[in-house]
Design a protein around this ligand. Structure first.
Ligand SMILES: [Zn+2]
Length: 198
């Protein structure tokens, strides 16, 4: 069994091996990234002489990822075509790219690190590849939502204008429930009765 040099009372919450460390010099694949209830551990194996390798563990205490108000300093940003999770520790910011840039995995790990940092381990779900795909789909939806309502989404290519009325799916401006209807028509949300133009 691999050792992560865990402290007494420390245990592994999530672990992945398809993660790269993103820096100004580029992306360096890590052997593993391990989230425990106390720290984020980066594992890398490097050549040490001709026939040996050395395994290094870098431990980043989660308590150092909290700001003065106890809020985790994490953010998922889009770099080129992949999503990168940034976690600001007191001494350095660590940027990680999951599964070749999956938005879903980056978001799940952001959630997990935030939850672990504030001691809420129940809020951490399983990490699996099916979730990556689902997460990426949700990410696309979110981006559209941001573009429609002037949110903080990334700049997007201008959509081609439809030539005839088309059915669109939007989020209610009042309660965010999905609303389906013809583009340009005024509808009333069936959940919260907010009138709005699709
Ligand atoms: Zn509504």
């Amino acid at each position: 069994m691999k050792s992560y040099n865990l402290d007494r009372g420390e245990f592994v919450v999530l672990q992945r091996s398809d993660v790269s460390l993103v820096s100004e010099e580029g992306r360096n694949p890590l052997d593993e990234v391990v989230l425990t209830n106390k720290s984020l551990v980066l594992v890398v194996t490097v050549p040490d002489g001709a026939f040996r390798t050395a395994r290094y563990l870098k431990r980043l205490p989660l308590e150092q990822a909290l700001d003065d108000l106890g809020v985790p300093r994490t953010a998922v940003t889009k770099v080129d075509n992949s999503y990168v999770l940034n976690v600001a520790f007191s001494d350095e910011t660590v940027s990680l790219c999951f599964a070749g840039g999956s938005a879903g995995a980056a978001r799940r790990w952001e959630q997990a690190i935030s939850s672990a940092a504030v001691g809420d381990l129940d809020g951490i779900g399983a990490d699996d590849e099916t979730g990556d795909m689902l997460g990426d789909l949700l990410e696309e939806t979110k981006g559209t939502f941001g573009a429609l309502f002037g949110g903080t989404g990334q700049p997007r290519k201008k959509a081609e204008l439809p030539k005839r009325p088309m059915t669109v799916t939007k989020r209610c401006v009042g309660c965010h429930a999905p609303i389906v209807g013809r583009k340009g028509t005024v509808v009333t949300c069936s959940y919260c009765d907010t009138k709005q133009t699709l």
